[in-house]
Design a binder for this molecule. Structure first.
Ligand code: E4P
Length: 220
């Protein structure tokens, strides 16, 4: 299972990378805006900086703003040309599906975003998306079951051998990560605190304290 960090904050990406378990990064326009990154030149530079921090072979999702086929294709090509790590993130809309099919034929990797149903997941896989991003947290937020969608998509993809990787997105907590792993997600993209939350267990702390105390007693 791959671990991506879901942020455009360079310090957090560095921190996640230094942990030694990071496989990639996802961003979106809201996360870029949160870091105060605006203007095409700055946005492209920021994506390049992220790619340099994570290093070779780690995918970085960069989202298009265009919503028409021609615009998505032009923007996606510019993003893909930036760095070999870039995966073009495309919204699950009619023009987006068309663009994903185009990118698949052109050998450009894609992440189909804003996915909330199994039908959308089927279309993205048919178009050859590299990654599919179902938004778990946002589904839970409206009182539905986000994890049930991951299970449903995993079943469908297994039935037909689709190669699109299920990237559980909109993760809110360490428990979401565990549940997504059990439900069959190939990748989780998480805020850094959710990843760090996986470290915590009171018995680990109690056990370590005792080991160190015993060592101190025996060694003076
Ligand atoms: C990542 O690909 C998504 O854009 C992100 O996980 C959305 O998360 P949010 O629902 O917390 O905004």
């Amino acid at each position: 299972m791959l671990f991506f960090v879901d942020t455009a904050n360079l310090d957090q990406i560095r921190e996640a990378s230094e942990l030694g378990i990071l496989d990639g990064v996802t961003t979106n326009p809201s996360l870029m805006a949160k870091e105060g990154i605006s203007g095409e030149k700055n946005i492209l530079k920021h994506y390049r900086d992220i790619c340099d921090i994570v290093g070779q072979g780690r995918d970085v999702s960069a989202e298009v703003i265009s919503t028409d086929f021609k615009g998505i294709v032009e923007e996606g090509k510019r993003l893909a040309d930036l760095h070999e790590n870039i995966v073009v993130k495309v919204p699950m809309i009619r023009e987006g599906v068309k663009a994903i099919a185009y990118f698949t034929d052109a050998g450009i990797r894609t992440n189909c975003t804003l996915v909330f149903s199994a039908g959308q997941a089927l279309l993205a896989a048919k178009a050859g998306a590299t990654y599919l991003s179902p938004f778990i947290g946002r589904i839970d937020d409206i009182g539905w079951d986000g994890m049930a969608l991951i299970k449903e998509i995993a079943e469908i993809y297994n039935n037909f051998g689709f190669e699109t990787a299920i990237l559980a997105a909109s993760i809110r907590s360490p428990l979401h990560i565990i549940e997504a792993a059990k439900a069959g997600a190939d990748v989780v993209t998480c805020p850094l605190p959710a990843i760090l939350g996986l470290l915590n267990h009171p018995l680990t702390d109690i056990g370590l304290e005792k080991f160190l105390a015993d060592h101190r007693k025996a060694n003076g």
